[in-house]
Design a protein. Structure first.
Lengths: 872, 416
């Protein structure tokens, strides 16, 4: 191969597009024609100190991309490809990579360490590179600091790529020893110490055993705490990052260190650089996260227990922690509310204060209120804002009994500040605090006497509507406050004090969406979202006003469709606006289509509305708008079988949605809409079923589609079968084998973690819903016998689920329902099979005595169906 | 390739969930709820087409929805509900009356009482069908007249409680118990538009209990809920169950016991799969009274006069107990369709194969119009038995015991 790899790699970074394109083509060709040679050339390039830094860096990057990808299917493809390479070539490449770690060029070392970690990520789980860790550790004692630094960095990346189970404890011990030694204050080279500290962050997940050993844990904690005092800011920051990671991974091992950690963090928050102080605050936020989770589990009705006990660290630290956080609130930046990306000490401190309030509840109130009272009337805006923010932060957590008297006093002050305070920042926080009051201390669920009454409601509305005319960031918060005010009245019915002002509210919100500057601070979105909530909370009396809104919103949507020759940026903005308008129509459809008094007159708009939705799809070319799809699902349900007339035109977009692998949310929504259509159209969906089923089957076989869409696709089979009955016959030979293999997989899946178990149960539920729909769809049909061949497998699946003991209540309910459906549809033919099935009797008995009423309900039904089938 | 960043950034001054996510979640939730509904409907509804003699079209005007609706399972439920709301004329009432399942009177304990039957204490009061739909609840007596029109917490039973399609019906078979102004539910025909005609009694009772708790229909009366609803406690017809129904305390005044065959569907008209039984201990009304409320010395029967002078019971097919000659009909000013009361002399009664034959009927008078139905054969028989050799609670107990011995004996090894 006479290619000049260096030259091509440099050309591939050329400013000249034509040269770049040509070079990329050559690289691609090389890769396709001779993969081993290609990878070897790249690693040689990376290893060679004679080559330019730029070509080496790109060589490393291409290598990395040849070993790993984000999408699961691509990733496993690349893994297989690497594993299939000739062992000799792989050995040569790995040797070159390890050699690069000693390069004098820092960039080459760093790149190589990442590539090594990727190779390790593939090979170590296959037990294919056993000598790697040993050889890395042997070079750690080299005198040259650059080699040491690169080795530590490699170990860090390695820990990120490889799962702890794949590495022997003996090797873990060696890695940790090397890393912690590198972090030690006695390490003279700060680059080495930084690399070691960052490596520890990734290695913490490997240290379960070591953290259970008091001596080893003491040692690691001492070194980490010492590193927080390093003269190098980057080391201090990395050390605090380690503390944050430890706080969540080893919460239950921290008791003896908390006093020291408090001192360290307090010092950092007070005087260190912001990047360090932010991590120090994050440590406490992270402890709050842990304790909130544990206390949640304590109070949950099912377990009332937690694997980890609560040590009440926050409660103990409270008297010192709260003043420290309050102090940070005064360190606001000017205009931080206008900067989407802002994150500073005051914001972190306030957020942490809110978490502390959720952790300890009432206890925080007396510690914060003096600060609020002292500062809220000060001439300096920072003090007023900090006081308001502190007050707003503690509104979630403490009891309504504790807060109500304070809020009763504060409410008028806040309302007046929202209008009169000269500072935007203060007004922003004031509006946000009002929103928090409405969110947590207003609504029918509260038992305390209401804070919002018919009397002050009018005043609140006047202030909020006026504030919606303020600068965008303040107006956005005012919309948010109105959102929660409306939400609190969702159950109020005709007694809602908002009813008399409904027209006014709607008009002001519409005006807000039309503001020139509504694109700033998310204002337009907030105004539409609030409009949605107001519509959701409307009553029979205010329904006519919502009805008037229909042509208004439709007109707005129509206008977005008239615009021509838009730039990319404008097209994106238009698509956002269309999303908001479709979302609003969706909520209106649900509201007006769901009330008998309005449904009929509302459906007169259906033709026009459907026309608009179709045009929204059309202007997106290849993709379908998720919001429009959701709105159509709602419309189909409201219109019922009358929706059939739109199907001919709508079908192409339905298919497009089902094909959208990339935006899997769109695909998932579309699958749901197929279900809506089945229930609305019943057998009128038949002409479209060939296309829909083909697409759904393709989706299931694809490994590109996000796995979360697969369970709903199975459920959708059930929806279709239930709608078209015995016409599902022709799909049986395709659908049933897929259901069977998915059932086998899901029955015997060993879930590694809660998330996996959760997914497995969703999958089981989908499969069972499919069986249910198919069985019920065929009921009373002369073709019922077609299902007999599948009955043994369905019963085996139920047996396997019952034996597996890891299904959740909703799977249990669906599963026992399928047993009933099977008995119901197949009748006496299924009787002997059911009698023979190993666990159906026991399963049924367990469900009959379940505490979950839904499980019991299904089981009662199944019992009757089964007894009929068995007794003949 | 930048060094790793562990960004501590958290959401600031933002609601945790976006409205879009809420919409998405809501769509998914409603989809799964509707799927569950569709399945529940499939489970309870298939085959449930009621085949009634439909009322004349002009007497039960079809609602607008019904015109669009060609789904085969709807008419049955529609008819009953529409009739309940808009019933006119005697024919309509007569049709309506046919929609109720009527028990036969128990003159013999059926076999396998313990295994196949449920029992409950029947509340004393007026039997009626209660229909809730479109924001109003209507109760109608067996003869079709409206008892109450009121708001209730049943599904779509008041303007306030509309949920789901407001036109979906719920139909309950109830007894209105005057003293505590409560509707005691003895059966359920339809719930939120899901017909239960084709479901077994056992399933319907289970459904009553589970569905009633989903609503607040069991709550004390309030503005939007005029009368309380209460499920009648239903027992297995075992010794204990029978005991509980017979002598257990109830919040209502008892009027006999009702037996339901567990496997029977809701069958309109008189059925032997539901039975009523009474004795003095559990009912104040064992023997029929005359218009003055006195128990006459001789048994009375009420029969319907046919065109050809035949006197028939309300059974389907009817049983003929005698004939009036045209001269007598004219003299007494009777018309076909009239209900006529007769007294029966004991000695003129013969029992042949469980059927009753009456040798001589003595005219006792014409009935006023409030009563719409002749006696059934089983009622006449029960009344006769009650005067001579009543079926006693001891007989029922003995029947249950012999049944259970039968069951057990299959497991017993014969020994020397």
């Amino acid at each position: 191969m006479s290619l000049d790899v260096t030259q091509i790699l440099l050309s591939a970074q050329s400013a000249d597009g034509a040269i770049r394109k040509h070079a990329e083509e050559s690289l691609k060709q090389f890769q396709e024609q001779n993969l081993p040679g290609f990878l070897f050339s790249l690693s040689s390039e990376l290893a060679s100190d004679e080559k330019p830094e730029e070509s080496r860096r790109l060589a490393g990057l291409i290598l990395k991309n040849a070993l790993d990808a984000k999408e699961e299917h691509r990733k496993s493809e690349l893994f297989q490809r690497w594993l299939a390479l000739d062992a000799g070539v792989k050995a040569q490449i790995k040797a070159l990579l390890l050699q690069t770690l000693s390069s004098p060029v820092a960039n080459a070392r760093s790149t190589s360490s990442q590539v090594i970690a990727k190779v390790a990520g593939i090979e170590i789980p296959q037990k294919q590179w056993p000598e790697l860790i040993v050889s890395l550790l042997s070079s750690i004692h080299q005198v040259q600091p650059n080699v040491k630094q690169a080795t530590l960095e490699t170990l860090g990346y390695l820990c990120e790529e490889v799962s702890p189970e794949a590495v022997d404890q003996d090797q873990v011990n060696k890695i940790l020893t090397a890393v912690v030694q590198g972090m030690n204050a006695s390490e003279g080279n700060s680059e080495v110490r930084l690399a070691a500290t960052r490596a520890l962050y990734n290695a913490l997940g490997f240290a379960q055993v070591n953290f259970s050993n008091d001596m080893e844990r003491d040692y690691i904690m001492r070194v980490v705490c010492e590193a927080t005092q390093s003269p190098e800011v980057k080391i201090r920051q990395a050390a605090f990052e380690c503390l944050v990671a430890i706080s969540s991974t080893y919460y239950d091992k921290l008791a003896t260190y908390m006093q020291d950690i408090f001192n360290i963090t307090a010092k950092a928050v007070k005087g260190d650089e912001e990047s360090v102080a932010l991590q120090a605050i994050e440590f406490w936020s992270s402890i709050c996260d842990e304790e909130i989770d544990i206390l949640d589990e304590y109070s949950s009705e099912f377990t009332a227990d937690s694997d980890v006990p609560c040590y009440y660290f926050i409660k103990q630290a409270l008297p010192a922690l709260v003043p420290m956080l309050l102090e940070t609130l005064l360190k606001q930046e000017e205009d931080q509310d206008l900067d989407e990306g802002a994150w500073n000490l005051a914001m972190a401190g306030g957020t942490c204060l809110g978490l502390v309030a959720r952790t300890v509840g009432d206890d925080i109130v007396p510690l914060v209120m003096p600060f609020v009272e002292e500062n809220i009337t000060k001439p300096e805006w920072r003090q007023r804002e900090a006081a308001t923010y502190a007050f707003g932060s503690i509104l979630e957590g403490p009891s309504a009994d504790k807060l109500a008297p304070l809020v009763n006093v504060a409410l008028n002050f806040m309302l007046s500040a929202l209008i009169k305070d000269p500072n935007n920042h203060v007004k922003d926080t004031t509006a946000w605090t009002l929103g928090r009051i409405f969110e947590f201390l207003h609504g029918s669920a509260l038992e305390t006497p209401p804070i919002i009454t018919a009397e002050n409601c009018q005043q609140i509305l006047t202030v909020l509507l006026q504030s919606m005319k303020d600068v965008p960031n303040v107006a956005e918060k005012a919309c948010g406050a109105l959102y929660f005010l409306a939400q609190g009245y969702v159950d109020a019915g005709s007694a809602s004090p908002l009813s008399p002002f409904f027209q006014d509210i709607v008009q002001n919100l519409l005006m807000t969406t039309h503001r020139e500057d509504a694109g700033e601070s998310r204002l337009r979105t907030a105004a539409y979202e609030t409009l949605n909530e107001v519509v959701r909370c409307s009553t029979e009396e205010t329904a006519p006003i919502v009805m008037q809104l229909v042509p208004v919103i439709m007109m707005e949507l129509h206008q977005t469709l008239e615009a021509e020759k838009l730039s990319t940026d404008e097209r994106e903005k238009r698509s956002d606006l269309q999303g908001l308008l479709c979302g609003c129509l969706q909520v209106i459809i649900q509201k007006l289509g769901g009330m008998e008094s309005t449904k009929f007159s509302f459906l007169q708009y259906a033709d026009q509305m459907m026309d608009l939705f179709l045009r929204v799809f059309a202007c997106r070319n290849a993709t379908v708008h998720e919001e429009a799809m959701l709105a159509i699902g709602a419309l189909a349900y409201a219109a019922g079988s009358n929706f059939a007339k739109y199907m001919a035109q709508f079908y192409q977009y339905l298919e497009m949605g089902l094909q959208n692998f990339e935006e899997y949310q769109v695909c998932a929504i579309t699958v749901g809409v197929v279900g809506d259509l089945c229930r609305a159209l019943e057998d009128k969906i038949l002409p479209y079923c060939d296309g829909i089923m083909t697409q759904l089957l393709k989706d299931l076989s694809s490994n590109q589609l996000h796995r979360s869409v697969k369970p709903p696709i199975f459920s959708c089979f059930g929806d279709i079968a239930l709608a078209i009955g015995e016409n599902f016959e022709k799909y049986l030979i395709y659908a049933m084998p897929m259901l069977q293999s998915a059932a086998d997989l899901s029955a015997h899946a060993t879930a590694a973690d809660d998330e996996m178990l959760d997914y497995t149960n969703q999958l089981r539920n989908g499969i069972l819903e499919a069986y249910s729909g198919i069985l019920q769809g065929f009921k009373s049909s002369p073709k019922t016998q077609l299902l007999m061949p599948y009955a043994p497998h369905i019963l085996q699946f139920l047996d396997a689920l019952h034996n597996g003991k890891d299904m959740d209540d909703s799977v249990m309910k669906t599963a026992i329902g399928v047993l009933g459906d099977l008995a119901d549809t197949l009748g006496v033919h299924a009787g002997p099979l059911i009698s023979q099935s190993t666990s159906s009797k026991q399963f049924l008995d367990e469900c009959l005595s379940s505490d979950d009423p839904l499980v019991k309900e299904s089981a009662d039904w199944a019992k009757i169906a089964v007894s009929r089938a068995v007794s003949g | 390739m930048a060094p790793p960043q562990h960004d501590p950034r958290r959401p600031y001054k933002r609601a945790a969930i976006s409205d879009q996510q809420r919409r998405r979640d809501f769509a998914l939730q409603t989809q799964s709820a509707r799927r569950a509904d569709a399945q529940a409907r499939a489970r309870s509804l298939a085959n449930s087409l009621l085949s009634p003699s439909y009322p004349p079209v002009d007497q039960a005007p079809a609602s607008p929805e019904a015109n669009h609706d060609d789904r085969s399972h709807e008419p049955a439920v529609n008819e009953v509900a529409t009739a309940a709301a808009k019933l006119r004329g005697p024919e309509g009432r007569r049709w309506f009356a046919c929609q109720i399942m009527l028990p036969e009177w128990m003159v013999d304990a059926p076999p396998h009482l313990a295994r196949d039957w449920n029992v409950c204490a029947r509340p004393a009061g007026q039997r009626c069908l209660v229909v809730s739909t479109n924001g109003i609840t209507v109760s109608r007596l067996r003869n079709g007249t409206v008892l109450h029109r009121f708001p209730s917490a049943l599904p779509n039973g008041s303007k306030r409680g509309i949920s789901g399609p407001a036109s979906s019906y719920s139909i309950l078979d109830c007894i209105f118990h005057e003293p505590d102004e409560t509707y005691y539910i003895v059966d359920m025909i339809c719930w939120r538009g899901y017909s239960l005609y084709d479901c077994t009694a056992e399933f319907r009772f289970f459904w009553i209990n589970s569905k009633l708790t989903e609503t607040s229909a069991g709550d004390p009366p309030s503005t939007y809920h005029r009368y309380r609803f209460c499920a009648v406690p239903m027992y297995e017809s075992t010794l204990e169950g029978l005991q509980a129904a017979y002598s257990g305390s109830t919040p209502y005044v008892k009027d006999g016991l009702l037996f339901y065959n567990k496997h029977a569907h809701y069958q309109t008209g008189i059925t032997p799969l539901t039975l009523v039984w009474k004795d003095e201990a559990c009912s104040q009304y064992v023997l029929d009274t005359d218009s003055e409320g006195q128990v006459p010395t001789e048994q009375h029967v009420v029969l319907e006069l046919q065109e050809d002078g035949k006197l028939i019971t309300s059974d389907d097919p009817p049983i003929i107990f005698g004939t009036l000659n045209s001269e007598f009909i004219q003299k007494s000013n009777l018309r076909p369709g009239n209900l006529v009361r007769f007294s029966v002399r004991d000695e003129s009664v013969k029992l042949v194969d469980g059927k009753m034959e009456i040798g001589e009927l003595q005219f006792a008078g014409k009935l006023n119009r409030s009563r719409t139905f002749a006696d059934s054969h089983s009622k006449v028989l029960f009344q006769y038995a009650a005067r001579h050799a009543p079926l006693r609670i001891e007989d029922l107990v003995a029947s249950v015991q012999s049944n259970s011995m039968e069951l057990e004996s299959t497991d017993v090894e014969m020994q020397d």
